[in-house]
Design a protein around this ligand. Structure first.
Ligand code: UDP
Ligand code: MG
Length: 318
């Protein structure tokens, strides 16, 4: 029988662990696969890990990794994918916004030979308006300016075959925008559609500030648009200033020296300073990315594990 791993990143989700597991077992009770659940506790400060421990003592196939602090959902997913050992894995949120009832359908697609099964939400009706709009702009922007295409309205909820997981685990980067990495590795995929419900317990762990930073990280790691944009800006401004300079020189030669010109001078100085600062900021963004990579720190630090043969280091740390 195939082994299916369920990877669940959790951050301060004490109220959600039990309901999630109940819903999962209900949806999967006559599934033709052995289920292993990998909880990745992303440095929760509530009793999340205690709840996971209770589950581990009472049920079979529960594994857990606890980070020493909050490293973020993207890293938590990476950790789950490094530790899991099954023939395929499904990444899902704990809040039941990724319905476990879809898993049998995803499994059937996989059994028919497709290595990646994506779950695409039909609408963003369960999101706030601001979140839908910002998500729309983000995907439009990143798909216009990066070479890889990231499917819209597809979250991290997806099934990955072992060969895809192994490929992902070879990617060494520390800035891990998972939806981008999933798209980058390619492989044949199929999509199933579903209606995304509202969060079952607790509240969202992503503030708009956190989302903005994620978007910035995603764009700077999957597109060089900003760097090129600043080059174009530089070229355009240089051409314009040279033209204006030539005009000023010509005017001085013909009409002699004139005192006025303070306004135009100020405008040129202020605009070009603004552009220089902006360009420096953009450079900084990319250099920061390089800095993170060259430091070559491990992706995460583990403080506790459950059901992982007391193994503290990831099995294949890429
Ligand atoms: N999560 C995480 N680390 C974080 C933030 C969130 O592991 O720093 C987990 C969270 O516990 C949940 C999943 O990521 O299982 C999705 O988070 P949430 O439902 O808050 O996001 P939303 O659905 O609002 O986008
Ligand atoms: Mg959610």
């Amino acid at each position: 029988m195939a082994i299916l791993d369920i990877i669940v990143p959790v951050y301060n989700e004490e109220a959600a662990i039990q309901p999630f597991y109940t819903a999962l077992t209900e949806a999967l009770h006559n599934l033709d696969a052995t289920i292993h659940v990998y909880f990745v506790d992303d440095g929760s400060r509530d009793t999340t890990f205690v709840e996971i421990k209770k589950l581990h003592q009472r049920a079979q196939g529960i594994h857990a990794i606890k980070f020493s602090r909050n490293f973020g959902k993207e890293i938590a997913i990476s950790a789950g994918l490094k530790y899991c050992k099954g023939d395929a894995a499904i990444v899902m949120d704990i809040d039941l916004q990724d319905p476990p009832e879809l898993i049998p359908r995803m499994l059937n697609e996989w059994k028919s030979g497709v290595p990646v099964v994506l779950a695409q939400r039909s609408s963003r009706a369960s999101d706030q308006v601001l979140k839908s709009v910002s998500a729309y702009c983000f995907y439009a922007f990143i798909n216009m300016f990066s070479r890889i295409q990231i499917p819209k309205n597809v979250g991290d909820f997806r099934l990955l075959d072992r060969e895809v997981i192994d490929a992902l685990n070879t990617l060494p980067e520390k800035t891990r925008f998972m939806k981008g990495l999933f798209a980058w590795i390619g492989f044949e995929s199929t999509t199933i559609h579903y209606e995304r419900p509202a969060r079952a317990h607790g509240k969202t762990k992503f503030s708009y500030w956190k989302l903005w930073n994620l978007a910035l990280q995603a764009i700077t790691s999957f597109s060089d648009i900003f760097i090129r944009l600043s080059t174009y800006f530089g070229v355009i401004i240089t051409c314009l200033s040279m033209g204006y300079g030539a005009y000023l020189v010509g005017r001085t030669i013909i009409h002699g020296i004139q005192v006025p010109g303070y306004a135009s001078l100020m405008v040129v100085i202020l605009v070009s300073n603004g552009i220089i600062l902006m360009t420096l900021g953009v450079m900084g963004e990319y250099i920061a990315r390089i800095f993170i990579e060259v430091k070559n720190r491990p992706l995460f630090v583990v403080s506790h594990t459950l059901g992982l043969n007391a193994d503290r280091t990831p099995p294949h740390n890429g």
